[in-house]
Design a binder for this molecule. Sequence first.
Ligand code: GLY
Length: 399
Amino acid sequence: MNNKILSCVLFLAGLVSTNYQSRADDARPLKSVVESAFSFAEKQSLLMAEKYKDQVGRLPRTYEKGKDISSDSRWWCSGFFPGSLWYIYENKRNQDILKYAELYTDRVEREKYTTDNHDVGFMIYCSFGNGYRLTKNKKYEEVMLTAAKSLSTRYKPQVGLIRSWDHNKENWQYPVIIDNIMNLELLLWASDYSGDEKFKQIALSHADKTIQHHFRPDYSSYHVVSYDTISGIPHLKQTHQGFSDESSWSRGQAWGLYGYTYLYRETKDQRYLQQAKNIANYLVNHPHMPEDYIPYWDYNSPDIPNTYRDVSAATLMASALIELSEFVDKSLAQKYMQVVETQIRTLSTPAYTAKLGENGCFILKHSVGSYPAKSEVDVPLTYADYYYLEALSRLKKKI
Ligand code: GLY
């Protein structure tokens, strides 16, 4: 075999090996799967917490080519590891986990002043928000309220949405990404907490305009919509992390599902419930959804099935579907929970769950940050772990 053919064979073998068809055949009740997953997460996350405890200001980001990669609090994911520790603490009541949850949450505090991007919601609500939910620590209230004020500065009434990014990569005038739907939960909390309706008005205006402009007739969503700052109507609809402008980037679809589910929980507005159900229907019945319900990184990748799964899209979807199942009729709820059970059982097998001390001490393997940018492809990511733990936590309450 000449070298060219050999490298082609190796390349294809590498791709095929990313197709983790690992339907879980674990006969244990789901409750035991959830309990074991929490026990493993507790041990693995303690190792992670110990690894970074003396590296002042650092937080885990990923693990790539055998190397730990960390970030400071500026990275959009800084709140997820502290948030994961809070979920583990909630379910295991381990005092060391509590100590580390507080330590790593404090490392994110400066982001309450973030006004140069929309990610302040992710950073502060996943860390301080969970900490506040569990401890009612008064200090956390101030951090969250300051963060909500910072996020609100990015709202422009002429457009009616919060601006996601300040850079103008593709001639964007006012880029809004579907991910931004996740940041509104902080504003809804701030409105309830402070009594200031302004936060809620911003959140709901953003949610409504996103329904209007971000979704296609089949309820898939664009990644980036850029608005004309004078007319307030979209002038570009594109992708940044997906396969193409018209494709369905998997994590983006899951952000939308999660977003409209909590928007319904918080407002009881039927339009949000309908939107969440429509997105769920699109995803659950998608012809390119694998039978283990761990999505490929983009539903329209031309390389399916020989391309990467995105575990972060699966964990987000699982967590959202558990909540959505509370709001729909029995047969739909059963359908959603069958999907969730398949996802959780699959993710909890060695095909996706790391071994103790391996995988840079992350829990899950095989996520994709940005395939087009060749960044964080087939690696562990903090948010995949975070939404897995949230899903486990929701599941534990339900069963
Ligand atoms: N919010 C960025 C991402 O989902 O990759």
